[in-house]
Design a protein around this ligand. Structure first.
Ligand code: 5GP
Length: 203
């Protein structure tokens, strides 16, 4: 019997490096499943639908909501983002660990809607680093950066709703720490483990 997989939520303010950290986690452990989100955000140059995101029109995104195809969705910095339900649920059922890289509003919805998940909050070494990262990334204009920084203060206020906080001072180390958390979660004693051993005693 396989134990159900864990749902790992990697979240935190814009500019903290969630995307880079998740890419590094996948590089270090490609067997993990990274959920690809749906979004109405315009595609950036070099982005491909189905790779970084599934890109949808607002009408198509609304259809996904109406058909209950998203576990959570949120308007983040002016665009909609959501987590496709089938991919996540199918993999969890198969016993795979699934990673969601989502914003704080979405993470709180997962907590409420699914009543499961390991919630990891990524922190910058200093708040100032968020601004630096957003500027260096160069994918947002000044106005957009100001909006994201303003939102990050409210996001930090949600820290207490998470299980773990990991400082992203060095991407490789940060990814390793998250993998240690996942490994520890997989050693937790839960009902399915108890059931397995009880059944073995009565075989
Ligand atoms: P970006 O457009 O820069 O790739 O992402 C913007 C923000 O949207 C990031 O904070 C990212 O974590 C968040 N995001 C990406 N996918 C999802 C999702 O499926 N749900 C939610 N709630 N947020 C997401």
């Amino acid at each position: 019997m396989r134990r159900k997989g864990h749902l790992i939520i990697v979240s935190g303010p814009s500019g903290v490096g969630k995307g880079t950290v998740c890419a590094e986690i996948m590089r270090q452990r490609p067997s993990l499943k990274l959920s690809i989100s749906a979004t109405t955000r315009p595609k950036r140059p070099h982005e491909l639908s189905g790779e970084s995101y599934f890109f949808y029109s607002m009408e198509e995104f609304q259809d996904l909501i109406d058909q209950n195809k998203l576990i959570e969705f949120a308007k983040v910095h002016g665009n909609f983002y959501g987590t496709p339900r089938d991919y996540v649920m199918d993999n969890l059922e198969k016993g795979e660990d699934v990673i969601l890289e989502i914003d704080v509003q979405g993470a709180m919805q997962v907590k409420e809607n699914l009543d499961e998940g390991v919630f990891i909050f990524l922190l910058p070494p200093r708040v100032k680093d968020l601004a630096d990262r957003l500027h260096n990334r160069g994918t947002e204009g000044e106005e957009e950066i100001a909006l994201r920084l303003k939102n990050s203060e409210g996001e930090l206020a949600n820290l207490h709703n998470y299980d773990y906080a990991v400082v992203n001072d060095e991407v490789e180390k940060c990814a390793e720490t998250i993998l240690h958390i996942i490994d520890a979660e997989n050693q937790r004693i839960d009902a399915s483990l108890m059931k397995k051993y009880r059944e073995e005693y009565h075989d």
